[in-house]
Design a protein around this ligand. Structure first.
Ligand code: PAF
Length: 280
């Protein structure tokens, strides 16, 4: 494993190697087993893997959320070291990514994909995500880039970004990895205290229950049941529950025979905002 703080240094190093395919795994660090499954998949499919570790400021609409985001570079590097020489880590300072004095997003048009759920709740979030992902894709020119389905809306935005900007990369989507009790793995989970951690499995349990209710209840009734589940558990604050078309991400009230639906949820548990989704 080699660690680079500067993009040009990593690219210079790559020039000295014969590399047929590059896999890029963009992360914000605080690596967990879910990230490592992306790294492993990338290792199997490419002969060089770049893991970026960068807490991207432009995708945070709330400075306290940015400040609270776990930053654990030493620990992250220890987790990646066993993967050996095929791994190149890009762990830049903010000025390597955003040169000059302005730390701001580019402007992209993602239409309705951006105005629902996370995009609606977190102003500018996807402009920031698209900016950093675009910079990484253009900067390293990977053959494939790997993203987890936990951030499903992000994945849809990135597919659109790649199509719009005509970037020569294959986006590989990877399934959500869950803890034994069902909680979707996330860097944010480490911010939960012990009590909150024991309560957190309710999120996935409720998503599974919503699927089970499909045969007996309308989508409106399911929405209502999910809302009251969290009202009865005051540790949680439901931000949204949304059954949506899996491609357009627009909320639906019935599922057409040829339609794929997905259920999305965002809740606050204490100070920690968690998201999850399931094929519905
Ligand atoms: O999913 C994430 O961790 C981030 O949004 C990403 C894709 C690394 C961009 O900062």
């Amino acid at each position: 494993m080699k660690v680079f703080k500067e993009q040009f240094a990593l690219n210079n190093y790559l020039k000295t190697k014969t590399v047929d395919s590059i896999g890029l795994v963009p992360t914000m660090g605080a690596l967990h087993f879910g990230h490592l499954t992306l790294v492993e998949k990338a290792m199997n499919e490419n002969n060089c893997v770049i893991v970026s570790i960068f807490v991207n400021p432009t995708q945070f609409d709330d400075i306290s959320d940015l400040n609270a985001y776990p930053k654990t570079l030493e620990e992250d590097l220890q987790k990646l070291a066993p993967y050996g020489d095929k791994i190149l880590v890009y762990a830049p300072d903010v000025r390597d990514v955003y040169p000059g004095t302005a730390t701001s997003s580019n402007r992209y048009t993602f239409g309705l994909l951006e105005t629902t759920m996370e995009g609606k709740k977190r102003a500018g979030h996807f402009q920031g995500v698209a900016t950093i992902v675009h910079k990484l894709l253009a900067g390293f020119n990977p053959t494939r880039a790997y993203f987890g389905e936990k951030d499903y809306q992000q994945l849809c935005i990135i597919h659109q970004l790649v199509a719009q900007e005509q970037l020569p990369v294959t986006i590989v989507s990877c399934p959500i990895i869950r803890e034994k009790d069902g909680l979707a793995m996330s860097s944010r989970n480490r911010r939960l205290n012990q009590k909150e951690r024991s309560q957190a499995p309710l999120i996935y349990a409720t998503l599974k229950r919503s699927i089970a209710l499909k045969t007996s209840s309308s989508l409106e009734e399911i929405n209502h049941i999910v809302t009251s589940t969290f009202e009865q558990n005051p540790a949680f604050k439901l931000d949204y529950f949304c059954i949506a078309d899996a491609r357009s991400l627009q909320p639906i009230t019935t599922i057409k025979p040829d339609q794929t639906a997905r259920a999305f949820i965002a809740v606050k548990l204490g100070d920690v905002r968690l998201i999850d989704n399931v094929n519905f």
